[in-house]
Write a protein that binds this ligand. Structure first.
Ligand SMILES: Cc1cc2nc3c(=O)[nH]c(=O)nc-3n(C[C@H](O)[C@H](O)[C@H](O)COP(=O)(O)OP(=O)(O)OC[C@H]3O[C@@H](n4cnc5c(N)ncnc54)[C@H](O)[C@@H]3O)c2cc1C
Length: 365
């Protein structure tokens, strides 16, 4: 059981990483009155957050605690959207999913609020642009779509307005560890000290922890996204099939992801992008001829068991970790819950299943 030993309110907090998680963390901590410094080796959304399919969803969860956290993730985005008064662009379109890893045709989803099974006829109504709707799919009505880079920028701006200081181009080469306490980072010939150091550093997290003897298992995975030229037709929902997933950006462009690629496919990204375009075209011929505008590749930060890692490190004071896949979905709730813990509200029950200490190597000795 992780002990959350919060610093006194209005403490100094150093957030490492300016992706969507660091943005939400800095925003919430600054709003809670802490003195917040946020650093990034490169700049805003330079990691996965700037090249994410960015589907805020309640679908991809297979345990009760994860379902609860993801649903809370959606609610937290609604709160954030209201606070930021129109600045955060989220399209709450819902999604239609028949990917076999995410949809079980024998499940009626009675225990999953906001999610239900739909048949061909209803799928056709929900998304008229589909050429061959399947016999059945899952409809997750409350899911949302954002642009990861835009969202991170907006939230970072709000964090700065709330008093956070951002330093870009600062590469944290290591954590400053004195006995059983972390008191900041060093890098670029300088030290930045704080009461609490919060690692929102995505795929850089495990490397920062390793010199402290802490092992965060990961199964990070690269993904390619294709952006098309704008199309006139308007897609009503996000679509996720066994071969592809497609959503539409506000400017009419389609963002296409691949559901799974063969080993080595990323060695030939042009060919992979072309085959992804082909799959999307087959799915949505009503969009007219699709053309690739660009493609991006980024690595998803994924903890070894697939679930988020959020919380303090047992045996190491002054250190808090927030590393996860589905970070787009979970950023707003992670910021809220972590900030509550770091502001003296005690351990948040919703995070109990996601503590770093579930990995034996993540307990400092
Ligand atoms: C192709 C793809 C599709 C995805 N689709 C979805 C989706 O549909 N829904 C969803 O919820 N999630 C999705 N994800 C996952 C989601 O994008 C990530 O979980 C999320 O972006 C992680 O955010 P982050 O802020 O933790 O990490 P990042 O965005 O990677 O940010 C980490 C930052 O830390 C900085 N950093 C790292 N090390 C250091 C250091 N030592 N010193 C200083 N700075 C450092 C980096 O420069 C970087 O800017 C997808 C990811 C990918 C790649």
């Amino acid at each position: 059981m992780s002990e959350v030993a919060p610093p006194a309110p209005k403490s100094s907090c150093l957030v490492v990483g300016a992706g969507i998680i660091g943005a939400c963390m800095a925003y919430r901590l600054a709003r809670a009155g802490h003195s917040v410094t946020l650093i990034d080796a490169v700049g805003p959304h330079a990691g996965a957050s700037g090249r994410s399919w960015a589907w805020i969803n309640a679908v991809a969860a297979d345990t009760a605690s994860y379902v609860t956290l993801r649903r809370a993730g959606l609610d937290a985005y609604h709160r954030l959207e209201q606070e930021l008064a129109g600045r955060l662009a989220i399209d709450w379109t819902g999604s239609i999913v028949w990917n076999s890893a995410l949809f079980d045709p024998d499940d009626n989803y009675a225990d999953r609020p906001g999610i239900r099974r739909v048949d061909t006829q209803e799928i056709r109504t929900l998304e008229p642009l589909l050429r061959n709707p399947p016999v059945a799919a899952l409809y997750s009505a409350q899911d949302g779509l954002i642009d990861g880079a835009e969202a991170a920028s907006t939230i970072l701006a709000a964090a700065t307005e709330a008093g956070a200081r951002a330093i870009y181009g600062f590469h944290a080469e290591g954590l400053i560890a004195e006995g059983s306490r972390v008191s900041g980072v060093r890098g670029d010939g300088a030290e930045l000290r704080a009461d609490t150091t919060i690692l929102c550093s995505g795929t850089g997290t495990a490397g920062l922890l390793a010199p402290l003897g802490l092992t965060l298992p990961t199964k990070n995975r690269a993904g390619l996204l294709v952006t098309t030229h704008p199309v006139e037709a308007r897609l009503s929902r996000a679509i996720w099939t066994d071969t592809t997933h497609v959503k539409q950006l506000r400017d009419g462009r389609l963002l296409i992801g691949e559901s799974a690629h063969a080993d080595g496919a990323l060695n030939d990204p042009e060919a992979l992008a072309a085959s992804m375009l082909h799959d999307a075209q087959e799915l949505l011929p009503a969009c007219g001829p699709l053309r690739i505008e660009r493609y991006t590749i980024a690595t998803r930060p994924i903890p070894g068991d697939g679930y988020p890692v959020i919380g303090p490190v047992d045996g190491m004071d002054g250190l808090y970790v927030a590393m996860m896949h589905s970070g787009m979905t979970l950023a707003a709730i992670t910021g809220e819950l972590a900030s509550a813990e770091l502001s003296g509200s005690g351990a948040q029950d919703m995070l109990a299943a996601f503590r770093p200490g579930r990995f034996p190597g993540m307990i400092a000795r």
